[in-house]
Design a protein around this ligand. Structure first.
Ligand code: NIG
Ligand code: FE
Length: 416
C-alpha cells in the first residue's frame, strides 16, 4: 500500500481550498480555485501539500515517494454522491419499457409496481446477495469518480427487510473504502399490508423500526418521501422528529412530482438537505435562504422520468448553495455517474462547469456532512481524487457527455 505519493506536471489541480470550506453559495459557486501546472503530495492517505511546478520540491525530498507524471491530465477531488439507493435487488427494466409505452411513474405505482416492485424483489434475496449486488454498483460509481456516498434503505418496508438493507449499508461502511452515510427511509411508500392503514405503518416505523435501528446504530439520517399518495408534510414532520429523538438527522424527498410541502417540513425539522425540488416555488426559496439546509438537485431522476426541471439557476441566483447527487436507484435513475449529472447541469440547467463541479464536490459533501474530510483538495482531507485522461480543461468533462474521461481513481491515496 502506497503511503507517500507525489503527482507532478498536473495540467490543472482543481477545487483547491487552502482552508476547510464547508459549502459555497450563490455567486461563490462560479468560483473554482485551481492551480495550473501543479504538483500534489499525499501522505498516509491524506492530502499533504500541493503547489505550482515552478516551486517543485527538490529531488532530495522525493525519497520514499511514488512519483506519478500527470502530464496533460487534470486532478480533481472525487465526487460526493449525497443521495443514492444503491442497495436494491434486481432491476426495473420492465417498467422502463412500460413508461416508453405510455404509462407514468404514478400509473406504475398505482398498479403495485415501482417502489413496491423493488420491495418484493428485495424480500426474496438474502443479505449476502444484496451486499454483492450493491458492491457491483459501488465499484462502478467509484470507477466513475465517486469518493463518498450516502445510501438509503426504503425498499424493505418491513422491520426485517429495512434492517436487512441497513445492515448491508453498515457492511459497506465498515469496508472503509469511501466515507458512507446511512439513511433510514422506512417512509418511502406504504407497503401492501398497510394499504388501508397508514397510521399503522407510521406507528411501525416509529415504534418498531426506529428503536431497533438506533440500538444497532444502523443509520445517520432519517428520510421521508413527502409526496401525494406517499406521506403528507404533517406525517413527514412527525416521522422526522421521531428520528431526531433517536439521534438521526433529517433529510427529505421533497417537491418531486408535485408541490408537496416537503421543503418547508424539512427546514422546520432542521434537515441537512432537501432533495429533488422539481416543484420548488419562490416561497420555498425564501425558506431555504433562512436555513442551513442544502438544496439538492437530482438531475438524473428528472431526466429519466422526464420531469419539469428544478429551478437550480434561480436558486443560485437567489444566493442559495446547490448540491447535485445521482439518486442512483432502479426506478427513477439507474445510473450513478456523476460526470453525466454535471453534463445535465450544464445543458439543461444552464449552470457553468464551475458551478456543477462545486455542486458535485464540496456542496454535495456538505449535504452528507463530510465536507470537513472530502470534497476539495485541502491539506488534511482524505486523498480521494481522480486523474483524468489527457483533456483540455475541467469543462471538457461535462462537455463530453457519455465519455469516460477518468483514467484512475485514488481513495485514501491508494489507486483503485
Ligand atoms: O428518489 N422519489 C422517491 N424515491 C426514489 C425512487 C424510488 C424508486 O422508484 O424506486 C427517488 O426518485
Ligand atoms: Fe431518492
Amino acid at each position: 500500500m502506497t503511503t507517500r505519493l507525489l503527482i507532478k506536471n498536473i495540467k490543472s489541480l482543481v477545487q483547491v481550498r487552502d482552508t476547510v470550506v464547508l459549502k459555497v453559495s450563490g455567486a461563490e459557486m462560479k468560483e473554482l480555485p485551481c492551480i495550473e501546472n501543479a504538483w500534489l503530495a499525499v501522505d498516509n492517505g491524506l492530502i499533504a501539500d500541493y503547489g505550482s511546478m515552478d516551486d517543485f520540491p527538490g529531488i532530495e525530498d522525493w525519497k520514499g515517494l511514488e512519483i506519478i507524471d500527470a502530464d496533460g491530465k487534470i486532478v480533481m477531488p472525487c465526487y460526493a454522491d449525497s443521495h443514492t439507493h444503491i442497495v436494491y435487488a434486481g432491476n426495473r427494466e420492465g417498467e422502463f419499457v412500460d413508461r416508453i409505452n405510455g404509462l407514468s411513474y404514478e400509473d406504475i405505482f398505482a398498479r403495485g409496481g415501482g417502489i413496491l416492485n423493488s420491495a418484493k424483489k428485495l424480500s426474496e434475496v438474502t443479505e449476502d446477495e444484496l451486499f454483492e449486488q450493491a458492491m457491483v454498483r459501488l465499484k462502478e460509481v467509484i470507477s466513475q469518480g465517486t469518493g463518498s456516498i450516502e445510501i438509503k434503505s426504503g425498499y424493505g418496508l418491513s422491520v426485517e427487510s429495512e434492517l436487512k438493507m441497513l445492515r448491508v449499508i453498515k457492511r459497506i461502511k465498515e469496508l472503509n473504502l469511501v466515507p458512507v452515510k446511512a439513511t433510514f427511509l422506512g417512509a418511502h411508500a406504504l407497503p401492501l399490508q398497510y394499504k388501508n392503514d397508514k397510521t399503522g405503518y407510521i406507528n411501525l416505523i416509529v415504534n418498531d423500526m426506529l428503536p431497533r435501528i438506533a440500538e444497532e446504530k444502523l443509520a445517520d439520517y432519517i428520510d421521508v418521501f413527502c409526496e401525494q399518495n406517499y406521506f403528507t408534510p404533517e406525517e413527514t414532520e412527525y416521522i422526522l422528529k421521531a428520528g431526531k429523538e433517536h439521534g438521526l438527522t433529517p433529510k427529505v424527498h421533497a417537491e418531486q412530482m408535485s408541490h408537496s410541502g416537503g421543503i418547508q417540513a424539512g427546514v422546520a425539522c432542521g434537515a441537512i438537505s432537501v432533495d429533488h425540488l422539481e416543484y420548488c416555488n419562490d416561497t420555498d426559496i425564501e425558506v431555504l435562504k433562512n436555513s442551513n439546509t442544502m438544496a439538492t438537485v437530482l438531475p438524473g431522476a428528472a431526466f429519466f422520468l422526464s420531469l419539469p426541471l428544478p429551478p437550480a439557476r434561480k436558486m443560485i441566483d437567489a444566493g442559495l448553495p446547490i448540491a447535485f447527487a445521482s439518486d442512483f436507484n432502479p426506478g427513477s435513475c439507474p445510473s450513478g455517474n456523476m460526470n453525466f449529472m454535471m453534463s445535465l447541469g450544464c445543458v439543461q440547467y444552464k449552470l457553468t462547469p464551475e458551478e456543477v463541479i462545486n455542486a458535485c464536490t464540496i456542496n454535495s459533501a456538505y449535504a452528507m456532512n463530510v465536507s470537513h474530510e472530502v470534497g476539495s483538495i485541502t491539506p488534511g482531507k482524505k486523498a480521494n481524487f481522480f486523474i483524468t485522461k489527457p483533456i483540455s480543461s475541467y469543462g471538457f468533462i461535462p462537455y463530453s457527455f457519455g465519455s469516460n474521461l477518468i483514467e484512475s481513481v485514488y481513495l485514501n491515496g491508494v489507486k483503485q
